[in-house]
Design a protein around this ligand. Sequence first.
Ligand code: ZN
Ligand code: ZN
Ligand code: FE
Length: 756
Amino acid sequence: MADRRRVRLEVEGIVQGVGFRPFLHRLAARLHLGGWCRNTTAGVTLELEGDAEDLAAFRAALRREAPPLAVIERVRETPCPSPLGERAFRILESERVPGRAALVSPDIATCPDCLRELRDRRDRRYRYPFLNCTNCGPRFTILRRLPYDRENTSMAPWAMCPDCRREYGNISDRRYHAQPDCCPVCGPRLSFLDGAGRPVEGDPVARAAERIAAGGIVAVKGLGGYHLACLPDRPEIVAELRRRKRRDERPLAVLCRDVAAARRWCHISEEEAARLTSPRAPIVLLEKRTGLPDTLSETRELGILLPYTPVHHLLMDHFDALVLTSANLSDAPVLCDDAEALETFRHALPVEGILTHPREIVNRCDDSLLRVFRGRDYFFRRSRGYAPQPVELPEAADGVLACGAEQKASFCLTRGREAFLSAHIGDLKNLAVLEHYRAQIARFQDRFGIAATRLACDLHPDYLSTDYARARSRAEGLPLVMVQHHHAHMAACMADNRLTGPCIGLVWDGTGYGSDGTTWGAECLTGDCEGAVRRASMRPIALPGGDRCMQEIGRVAHSLLWDLGCPERSDCPNGARLTQMLGAGLNCPPSSGMGRLLDGVYALLTGRQTVSYEGQGAVLLEAMAGRDESAFPVSFYEERGLARLDTRPILAALLEELDKGVPAETLAARFLNTLVLAAVGQCRAAREQTGLRHVVLSGGVFQNRYLLPRVMDALEEAGFVPHCHSRVAANDEGLALGQTMIAAKGGGIPCAWPYP
Ligand code: ZN
Ligand code: ZN
Ligand code: FE
């Protein structure tokens, strides 16, 4: 007994809400160690007492045997002065540690053990829609404040029954210290309301399934917001859903009962199946089977997800597949407040029924959306299942608040090497979205105990996120830097790939404010987080009517034809007036946005004049691209040291082929192949001036399924080392991460009141 000692361990990472304390308890018991552990706002603290040998075994097993959802980031060990003779191990009440905050687990899909109970007639949770355990269930979406204890979640109103309490207190039980644990006796209940919000008798899930099967649209309250569900294979129902959501032509996701059911819709690789069935349960973009109607998605892909809550599992007993889309009106945030949702369903967004429950959604959270690209995640939206897990930064950056873009607004808050990145919140020009954005920033600061000490925002003077940053900078006297949009994209991809040294940034997107005051978007930069130089771009397109061109893509086509000297070819209904505007240079801001070029070419090839959401033209151009390996010749001209891709000869050749009767599908492919050459050309220009070889690819255009792999391959073949995103989105959702890195490294443009 002489070598008995006592140590204190402070463990940080995702160690709350994942069965970590029970695990410590079991491990300590197995190794005959006494002491205690407790949740703190910073993580888990424990004291252990026993033989040196057993303590060493504990240390080794800590990481090796940790519960599947735990992420241990740091363990700090300090010796205690002397052993206290403690033989047993206890779990103590939680404790607040000022200035530090633990990480919170994201919400986790129903685990196989819980699923077995859901199906087991003899189990007391048979068909209970809220069952969960330490390995699964709601986390972030029910959390009000840390530490993660029941009274700090929206499960607080339900007191545990004696049976649940016994499980909660039993170390060998899967529900030992499971905070949201409940059962049919003590927990919340599901209910089904009709379209007017009146309760309907009978089994709620069965009633909801009946309404859906009869062709109705039913709202389903989920983890992070309400969804709308309807039959996927009846075009008139899907059209009705789109009509009620107003003008929405965006692809819809399909909830499938299981992977086998999903295979009837899409081709699914093993890697993709693993994402679908993972505890994070994102929507995975998959290649559609041929012959599938375009009603759900006009592209070659379809977003599929599998059930991730018990309610989904029960509902999918009645269906193989259902459309499941977030319940919101056009650009408004997804509904999550019950009163607001009921009001909306009664009037603005009518439904045939509402499957709901009284557990409050504390944190709104959209479904995550990704594609598997070369074995890694390629995010379109990183949210449920991932948030609020931080992205690890290549270097520490304390107290930075980066305010993101405007149309796909997001923000990022940092603490040490942890970047807490919000999912994109929507378009700030929508007042409800702007309010949500402000509130979310305040909550993140509060929840993770981060005081913003410096701010970063986009260079765009009129972005509402810029407004927000300026107002806070002024009110709180915080230093603010403005960061050029494409430089931020580049830095985001550098951080994503843990690159810190200088490299080439190939950033193609729709719109970003350039440092010359014009709109950029087909940019090749070189540099690092401290600064970047614009090396290559493309010939600007004059946009008659400015922002109207985002949806009225016929205007872009007209402008391209005007630039070629043949505006009379345009199908645009108000062509004469556009020609006048272009000639006079009236309200025709120039843009080198690749998104606009893709829109314009799509309009030229198809005659289509309008799209319903930004980037739709580009998405449809990709979808129509046929098989063709050739490309149009690519040339650049120089303008004050900048290599500009000349779009004129490319478009002239495209029109010539179109006139000869070459199918538009072939020309779409040939045009995209041409852009691959243009990408390599831009990087070559940058390499000639700097000798750099590493290229980071960012911007929404690289979400294009046709372009991304081809540009990566072509760059590699030309001797470059290309890197794409895998931890954050390439679109403006990821922008705040880049702004953060640039602000942390002293880059960007310092900005002080009075603002320019
Ligand atoms: Zn479970
Ligand atoms: Zn109970
Ligand atoms: Fe962008």
